[in-house]
Design a protein around this ligand. Structure first.
Ligand code: ADE
Length: 230
């Protein structure tokens, strides 16, 4: 099976590239795409750069040009739910875009006509992740992930995102990747390990925990790849 794995930042895919061994590279549309085989699958791996636009480009290329049959996103997030501590894993049940606002026309926050506020991640991949978590002996939290082109470092903004979307975690790419995959009909999965709690300390915590949390997420994603049917 052709499986796409993407992150937003180099730090989010480095632990994956270090594990898969040899790969070839192809430059296209401002990204480097790394191709290899792992666990009996063909992988295409890339980091998009930060934010909804860059991540949408990368996900689109993975679907359209590389023929990805499934797309797995690995990276870090700001925790909203009090249950989520730094280093914890959260998989998206559904994702939304917290910075979409056409409420002036009577629409709810996050809604774009002909779309929906929430896009649900693939149920089979989420079930597989739940099994992998049990076997690895790690806690895997499932919840709503809210995406926007903002690094959130304020309790006020975080609280607004929580109350408006019932979100458990936030980041800057999952909602756009979900939108791309939904439109291409490619099953997708978004996994994040918490790097900060999106409040006043978020900047410092993010810099401190980016690498360690990214590795926790990447390790889990590769375990999922090994278990995916062919
Ligand atoms: N990714 C990780 N932490 C984040 C935060 N606080 N805001 C947005 N994206 C993030």
């Amino acid at each position: 099976m052709k499986i796409a794995i993407m992150g937003a930042m180099r730090e989010e895919i480095d632990p994956i590239l270090e594990t898969v061994g040899t790969y070839t590279t192809l430059e296209h549309a401002g990204n480097i795409f790394y191709e290899c085989t792992y666990g009996g699958h063909e992988l295409v791996i890339a980091y998009s750069k930060i934010g909804k636009v860059f991540s949408a480009i990368t996900a689109s290329v993975m679907c359209e040009r590389f023929g990805a049959e499934k797309l797995l996103f690995s990276g870090v997030a700001g925790g909203i739910s009090k249950e989520l501590k730094i280093g914890d894993l959260v998989m998206a049940s559904s994702l939304c875009q917290h910075d979409v606002d056409i409420t002036a026309f009577g629409h709810p926050y996050g809604f774009i006509p002909e779309g929906s506020v929430m896009i649900e991640a693939d149920q089979e991949l989420r079930s597989l992740a739940a099994e992998v978590a049990v076997d690895m002996g790690v806690d895997l939290y499932e919840g709503i992930i809210a995406t926007g082109d903002q690094f959130v470092a304020s309790s006020e903004r975080k609280g607004w995102i929580e109350s408006t979307f019932q979100a458990d975690a936030l980041e800057m790419e999952g909602g756009s990747v979900a939108c791309v995959c939904h439109n291409f009909g490619v099953p997708f999965f978004v996994l994040r390990s918490i790097s900060d709690t999106a409040d006043g300390d978020a900047g410092i915590d993010f810099d401190t925990f980016l690498q360690s949390s990214a590795k926790i997420s990447a390790t889990f994603i590769l375990e999922m790849v090994k278990r995916l049917g062919h």
